[in-house]
Design a binder for this molecule. Structure first.
Ligand code: FES
Ligand SMILES: [Fe+2]
Length: 420
């Protein structure tokens, strides 16, 4: 046991390593997952235990909680967590659950408070998690025995991740890569301009898979295609020249243009099409103040993903962060955050309408696509099909990563907690 010990979800008894191996054996290499991976409550419970309670989970940006006392909250499956900035300005994460009778402490997605006061019986916690007051408790009550349970927290280039496991996996490779990749994008000097929450009635893997390809963009996202190329093809001389020219501008500005890739992440810079400068309805910038130090004449975005919970775009004028967290076997909360320069003034330098329009339309389109895909996969007539090796390589990488997490060794960890 250590300070980060907490009760985590149980791997259902039915999900033995033999059973999971037999399920995975139904999958052909290069093909999608069998349908029950998107619907079965026991597989969902296994996903929570093996993925969401063991991996680093993206929460948001450190600029969302710039001052001591600022906090933000999120639900990782059934587990409420709170991330805050303490009096010393350090970021901390805790279970958002009162140590008295378990009340969920903070409901708001963001806020500011000098202390965390449970609304139920007013137990009051300091920003370092220690219990400051608990009225009407006996004389031998020891407040020091009831601090909020801490949760591991790390940052990378101004973005925040938490891990519910006692012993979290190595964060260093991703942290190193993204600190370099995000350096020009100024996320630490940004502010949250707008946040949007959308429930998609689809399994979390369906939501992630949909985000990992642009095979559907030409037919599914006409607004996004004002700035995007659906295919970035190095064999096409025109596109090759466009991409190489874009990368050269980054190199000349002294920043890396290289792709960063690991087992659970990928970051790549890609140019926009035509004369587009930003992802807006007309391709013109959404914000008159730049965010970070992107080369002024290099128009494109840093597109990056980290499994299992986020994909993002950093542009010259804004950054859009998307967080995907499971709610149930067939339900996922998709939270989109738009960041702009901290000194940008709404109504002067940008409007929420122009800043958010393309992604709000795109998210609604993706919600409809995911829900219709979920409806088809739920059918007894569903048979997993093959991915396109060129246009769905990102989907395949994610699904292969997921399957790798279900190895007998991974399923064996925590087996002492197996439910009966
Ligand atoms: S449950 Fe929080 S004070 Fe009682
Ligand atoms: Fe999409």
């Amino acid at each position: 046991m250590n300070a980060f010990s907490s009760e985590t979800s149980l791997i259902p008894a039915r999900m033995t390593s033999e059973h999971v191996r037999s399920l995975l054996a139904q999958r052909r290499p290069g093909y999608g997952l069998p349908g029950n991976f998107y619907t079965d409550p026991d597989i969902y419970a296994m996903d929570l235990a093996v993925i969401f309670e063991r991996e680093w989970i993206f929460i948001g940006a450190s600029c969302e909680i710039p001052k001591p006392g600022n906090f933000m909250t999120a639900m990782i499956g059934p587990t409420p967590i709170i991330v805050l900035r303490d009096r010393q300005g350090e970021l901390r994460a805790f279970h958002n659950t009162c140590r008295h009778r378990g009340f969920k402490l903070c409901e708001a997605s963001h806020g500011h408070t000098p202390a965390l006061i449970c609304p139920y019986h007013r137990w009051t916690y300091r920003l370092d998690g220690t219990l400051a007051h608990a009225k009407y408790m006996p004389e031998d009550f020891k407040p020091e025995e009831f601090p909020l349970l801490p949760v591991h927290l790390r940052t990378a280039g101004g973005t925040i991740y938490v891990c519910l496991a006692e012993e979290p996996p190595d964060f260093a490779p991703f942290q190193e890569a993204m600190t370099t990749q995000l350096a020009p994008h100024g996320l630490e000097n940004a502010k949250l301009a707008y946040e949007d929450n959308l429930i998609e009635h689809g399994n979390w893997k369906m939501v992630m898979e949909n985000s990992r390809e642009c095979y559907h963009c030409a037919t599914g996202h006409s607004e996004l295609m004002i700035t995007f190329l659906d295919i970035y093809d190095f064999a096409n001389p025109e596109q090759n020249a466009l991409i190489r020219g874009y990368w050269d501008k980054w190199d000349r500005a002294g920043f890396t243009a290289s792709v960063a890739e690991g087992p659970d992440y990928r970051a790549a810079r890609l140019p926009f099409t035509g004369s587009a400068q930003s992802i807006t309805m007309d391709g013109s910038p959404a914000v008159s103040r730049p965010l970070g130090q992107s080369p002024a004449d290099a128009y494109g975005s840093l597109r990056w993903v980290h499994y299992p919970s986020t994909f993002n775009h950093c542009l010259n004028d804004y950054t859009v962060l998307v967080r995907m967290l499971p709610i149930g076997p067939e339900e996922t909360m998709v939270t989109t955050k738009w960041l702009v320069d901290a000194d940008a003034v709404e109504g002067v330098d940008y409007t929420i309408e122009k800043l958010t329009k393309v992604w709000r339309v795109t998210n609604d389109q993706d919600k409809a696509l995911v829900e219709r895909n979920q409806a088809g996969v739920r059918s007894s007539g569903y048979r997993a099909g093959p991915y396109s090796p060129s246009l769905e390589a990102g989907v395949l990488k994610f699904v292969d990563w997921y399957c790798g997490k279900l190895s007998p060794r991974q399923l064996g960890v925590g087996r002492e907690r197996v439910a009966s």
